[in-house]
Structures are given as structure tokens and as C-alpha cells.
Design a protein around this ligand. Structure first.
Ligand SMILES: NC(=O)c1ccc[n+]([C@@H]2O[C@H](COP(=O)([O-])OP(=O)(O)OC[C@H]3O[C@@H](n4cnc5c(N)ncnc54)[C@H](O)[C@@H]3O)[C@@H](O)[C@H]2O)c1
Length: 267
């Protein structure tokens, strides 16, 4: 039976993906820094009927030893890791970069960039040894070089995640002949707690009406997006693949459909 490991999967997109993988008979290793929520979500996940198993491991992705323990726990429990998703992420306070403190900057870079680099590196080495596997990193605002006041730090980290993932895919082509597939997910805008909290939940983000409108037009629940992305991850056999939910075509269709049916995620 195949196994997926997902960081930051106690809620939001990570948890939505976990549910889809379980429906597809994958063993799921749920992991998160939030131990209480992780336990709750593991119980909820087990309620989905499946021949596969669920296990949960508390893991702070800013700590490389935690990630090593996560990977080791997955191998000990299930004997293999088919897919490793570096999903854990945090948003930035809605402020220009010059108003952020160096602690706020360090915090975000440690989770969003260092967490992804360490998760990729540790999963890659394990997959290289086992001779197969896929790593998925999550793109976000900034991955396509977009810029906006208030998102410079987050955008910088996601732009770097995109570069890093493509570069690691190239290394994998050289080192493993692409047997280890290093890929990206482009989920678009997801209506999760992420959009209204920063600094790991310590800072609340008040969304301006203009931003809420954009989210209402282009956003989706994470479950909708996971339902689209997970089957494509399972079928994927290409190194350096990028699986996109919010394509230009879909964004255009969402603008048109919004003219006829208004969505409101913020009631
Ligand atoms: N929400 C969006 O609009 C959006 C858009 C594009 C990309 N993304 C990316 O998708 C991913 C998931 O976002 P989400 O919207 O589900 O966010 P979320 O806030 O709902 O969930 C993130 C999870 O990560 C966990 N986490 C935070 N710091 C951690 C750490 N140090 N170690 C381990 N776990 C940690 C949190 O506890 C939480 O369970 C992130 O990488 C985010 O950057 C989000």
C-alpha cells in the first residue's frame, strides 16, 4: 500500500489533501506543529472508510531533526514513502517589508523556505535510497514574480521555493535519473485560516473589502482544490512537473461565473 507524508496537515489544504489520499487508499502520515489539532484531525481522518492506515507525528518543519524523525516514523510504520508534501506554511502580517521586525522575517523564512528546503532534502535522500518517490512543494503568491505591498516577504519565500524546487528537480535528473520526482503544486487562492492569520496565528490579518472581493471571485475551499490536485499527483510520472489549479483559463471562468452567481466566503 502506498504512503503519503504531508507537513502542516492538521488543517487547511494539507488536511484536505490527506482526506483525498485516504479516499485513494494511501496510508497517510499526518504531521503538524499543533499537537492538539493534529490529534483531532487524525481521528477525523480515520472516520473515512479506507483499507489504509493513518498515523500522526508532531513535527516542526523549522527543526531538521523533527523532519528526520517524521520520515523515519513513516518508514518504520509503512516501509516506504511514495509522496512527501512540503505543505506547512505561514502568512506574513499585512505590512510593508520595512515595517516587519527581523524576528517576523526570520520566522516566516524559517517555516516557508527553510522548512521546504529541509523537508525536500531529507525526503529526497530517503527516496534516492528506496529508488522511487515524489516530492511536492507548494507555490504561492510570488512564485510567478508577482509583487504587492504587504506580501513582499511571503512572495520572496514562494519565489525562492519555486526556484529551489526546479533546481532540485534538475539535480534529481542528474543524481537519480529522475526516479525521484520533484514537483510543484499551484493551488491558487484557498479559503483557509491562512488568509486571516500571520506569525503562526499570533497576528490577525484584517482583510480589506477589496481583497475579500478578489478572494470571493478567485478563491476556493481547500477540499475543492485537493480533489483536483491529488488524483493528478497520484498519476504523475514526470519529474519537475507543475500541477496547476488556478490556471488563467479557470481564473477567467471564475470571473465570468461570479457575474452571475456571487460567492461570499466571509459571511
Ligand atoms: N491559503 C492560500 O490562499 C494559499 C495560496 C497559495 C499557497 N498556499 C500555501 O499552501 C500551504 C498550506 O496553506 P493553508 O492555506 O492550508 O494554511 P493553514 O494556515 O490553513 O495551514 C497551515 C498548517 O501548517 C501548520 N504549520 C505552521 N507552521 C508550522 C511548522 N513550523 N511546522 C509544521 N507545521 C506548521 C499549521 O499549524 C497549519 O496546520 C502553505 O504552504 C501556503 O503558503 C496557501
Amino acid at each position: 500500500m502506498k504512503t503519503v507524508v504531508i507537513t502542516g496537515s492538521a488543517r487547511g489544504f494539507g488536511f484536505a489533501c490527506a482526506k483525498e489520499f485516504r479516499k485513494n487508499a494511501f496510508n497517510v502520515v499526518l504531521s503538524d506543529i499543533n499537537a492538539e489539532k493534529l490529534q483531532e484531525s487524525a481521528k477525523e481522518l480515520e472516520k473515512i472508510e479506507s483499507p489504509a492506515k493513518v498515523t500522526s507525528v508532531v513535527c516542526d518543519v523549522t527543526n531538521a531533526n523533527d523532519i528526520i524523525k517524521l520520515v523515519d516514523a513513516a518508514i518504520k510504520e509503512f516501509g516506504r514513502i511514495d509522496i512527501f508534501v512540503n505543505n506547512a506554511g505561514v502568512n506574513q502580517p499585512d505590512k510593508p517589508i520595512c515595517e516587519l521586525t527581523s524576528d517576523e522575517i526570520k520566522f516566516l523564512i524559517n517555516v516557508d523556505l527553510m522548512g521546504t528546503i529541509n523537508g525536500s532534502r531529507i525526503a529526497f535522500n530517503k527516496m534516492k535510497d528506496q529508488g522511487f518517490g515524489q516530492i511536492y512543494n507548494i507555490e504561492g503568491y510570488g512564485s510567478n514574480d508577482a509583487m504587492m505591498t504587504g506580501l513582499t516577504l511571503y512572495g520572496t519565500s514562494k519565489c525562492a521555493v519555486t526556484y529551489f524546487t526546479q533546481a532540485l528537480a534538475k539535480e534529481s535528473a542528474d543524481l537519480t535519473k529522475g526516479v525521484v520526482k520533484v514537483c510543484r503544486l499551484t493551488p491558487g487562492i484557498m479559503i483557509t485560516d491562512f488568509i486571516t492569520s500571520a506569525n503562526g496565528g499570533k497576528t490577525k490579518i484584517e482583510l480589506p473589502e477589496k481583497t475579500k472581493k478578489i478572494y470571493n471571485i478567485l478563491g476556493d475551499r481547500p477540499e475543492t482544490i485537493a480533489k483536483f490536485l491529488v488524483p493528478r499527483m497520484i498519476k504523475n510520472n514526470k519529474n519537475n512537473n507543475k500541477i496547476v489549479w488556478l490556471s488563467n483559463r479557470r481564473a477567467f471562468a471564475k470571473f465570468i461565473s461570479y457575474m452571475f452567481k456571487k460567492r461570499n466566503y466571509f459571511n
